[in-house]
Design a protein around this ligand. Structure first.
Ligand code: S3P
Length: 166
């Protein structure tokens, strides 16, 4: 199947873009991120899209962005943290190499803190992280061909682990 050599999934702040760019460098290929595709196409930030139109509208844009990127991109592809919520997106990931970069809730709180650019964490980040991880963990696991825990590890170390698993 043509398409990305590897797709990265996992929660926001886990390091998908940093690891994705390192992976692309090591593999001598391109890097693409569906969040960047949406921002470029819309001329608005993700926070603005959420505020203007709400999460369902963002998810619809995201679903199209993922489908387009899977069809057109042959390098490393990182998906937004919530892309796996969509059953059609999960179906598109079937039979592809997908690395789930995981982290535990405390690591997530530590890494992201209060981040206005991430609208899902605007209030009470620890509680929201717990709910988010509980709701999504099994979806990441469902699509993943490899799970790499990132807690306490450097992006270089995580990149090496993904490459070893490819
Ligand atoms: C989201 C994750 C973000 C972005 C949006 C929603 C989520 O992407 O798509 O803010 O639902 O987890 P990153 O995982 O790239 O931060």
């Amino acid at each position: 199947m043509s398409g990305p050599v590897i797709v990265l999934v996992g929660p926001m702040g886990v390091g998908k873009s940093t690891v994705g760019q390192l992976l692309a460098e090591r593999l001598g290929t391109g890097y693409r991120d569906t969040d960047d595709d949406i921002v470029a196409a819309q001329g608005r930030t993700i926070a603005e899209i959420f505020l203007d139109e709400g999460e369902p509208a963002f998810r619809a844009l995201e679903k199209d962005a993922v489908r387009d990127a899977l069809a057109a991109h042959t390098g490393v592809l990182a998906l937004g943290g919530g892309a796996v919520l969509d059953p059609d997106t999960r179906a598109l990931l079937k039979d592809r190499s997908v690395a789930y970069l995981s982290m535990d809730v405390e690591e997530a709180v530590k890494r992201t803190g209060l981040n206005a650019a991430r609208p899902l964490l605007a209030v009470n980040p620890r509680k929201q992280w717990r709910e988010l991880m509980d709701a999504r963990r099994h979806l990441y696991e469902e699509v993943a061909t490899v799970v790499v825990a990132t807690d306490g590890r450097t992006p270089e170390d995580v990149t090496r682990a993904v490459l070893d698993a490819l």
